[in-house]
Design a protein around this ligand. Structure first.
Ligand code: SD4
Length: 332
């Protein structure tokens, strides 16, 4: 059993007794107004990613097996999906905006609370790596549009056309009616959000997407926005999102999940509460859109929940990488 360092008193004032009973799925102990988290045989290494993404999770697991950090793992894992032209919601081959331009959003967050992101980037495939460069090589956290593209090129990334023939054809077909209707589940494969815990128990996360198909030019979703599409707190855990970004942004979903875990909820309970915040709004039209969350805590417990059926996640733990169906809210 390893002993975690004390959570600061400042955060405890809002946590209260609940955290003392069951913070982040660990045994806890009160000492001088602080709560020491004691991990019981934590599960590590571990990788979890949205949707049916076995190859991406394999790449992340391999990085961890070679002694890479959780940060390396999530970057390498996300790169696999960015290079997969068949996935039409991430990287190369992503469906374009309504003007026919593929624009990508991505972010990465490490165990020290550092964050880097890019939004609305054209012509660069591996935006997750650009986000990491923003985090590590600049004094900023978020670069947008042309500036982000120029920064990527200055860092050695090559410009290329991200619009594949298949995505161009889909866009041309869409233009006939030009109806904007976010698709609920794109063939069990969509934006990738990934969380990893390395052998030292450090947690990192990443999220990369081409956003919603046929969006307005300039539209940015949740995926690259800290606290919405992704949030990591190495003391507690991490969470990431997929689905209609506008709804995730309005509820700051990933931050909410991590804070709920801090207050004692399991990852599963926290994901369910975050979906509840969306579907229980008085004017929620949740029947028309999907949102899905995955989360892990420091112990290596995990959870997933979505509004509709057919959300899934890939999980690597104990040397196995498997796709699992997520539980969901709308049982009709
Ligand atoms: C967005 N959340 O841009 C992304 C899209 C997505 O599953 O996740 N689709 O809103």
């Amino acid at each position: 059993m390893k002993r975690r360092k004390f959570i600061q008193k400042a955060s405890l004032s809002t946590i209260g007794v609940v955290a003392a009973v069951n913070a982040v799925g660990c045994e806890t102990k009160k000492e001088e107004n602080s709560t020491a988290l004691v991990l019981k045989d934590p599960v590590r290494p571990l990788v979890i990613a949205t949707w049916n993404t076995p190859l991406a999770v394999n790449a992340a697991a391999e990085a961890l097996a070679k002694g890479g950090s959780a940060l390396d793992a999530v970057e390498y894992g996300c790169r696999v999906e960015e290079a997969n032209e068949k996935g039409q919601s991430v990287g190369k081959g992503g469906l374009p905006d309504r003007d026919g331009n593929v624009t990508l959003d991505a972010c990465i967050m490490d165990s020290k609370g550092n964050y880097g992101a890019v939004v609305c980037v054209e012509n660069i495939m591996h935006v997750i790596s650009v986000a990491r460069k923003v985090m590590e090589e600049t004094p900023h956290v978020l670069l947008a549009g042309k500036g982000a593209e120029q920064f990527a090129v200055s860092q050695g990334f090559e410009r290329e056309n991200l619009l594949t023939e298949a995505s161009k054809k889909a866009w041309e077909k869409w233009k006939v009616k030009s109806e904007y209707k976010p698709i609920i589940n794109i063939e069990n494969h969509d934006t990738i959000g990934m969380l990893a815990i390395d052998k030292d128990g450090n947690i990192s996360g990443a999220c990369t997407t081409s956003g919603l198909a046929y969006k307005l030019a300039g539209r940015v979703g949740d995926s690259a926005i800290i606290g919405s599409g992704l949030f990591i707190d190495n003391e507690v855990g991490g969470a990431t999102a997929t689905g209609l970004g506008e709804e995730v942004l309005k509820t700051v979903g990933s931050f909410l999940i991590v804070e709920l875990m801090r207050q004692g909820r399991t990852p599963q309970q926290a994901c369910e509460e975050a979906i509840g915040r969306i579907v229980n709004k008085p004017d929620s039209n949740f029947k028309n859109f999907q949102v899905g969350y995955i989360a892990v805590n420091k112990q290596g417990e995990y959870g997933a929940y979505s509004i509709h059926e057919h959300f899934s996640y890939n999980l690597y733990k104990d040397g196995e990488n498997k796709n699992h169906k997520s539980d969901f809210y709308n049982k009709k």
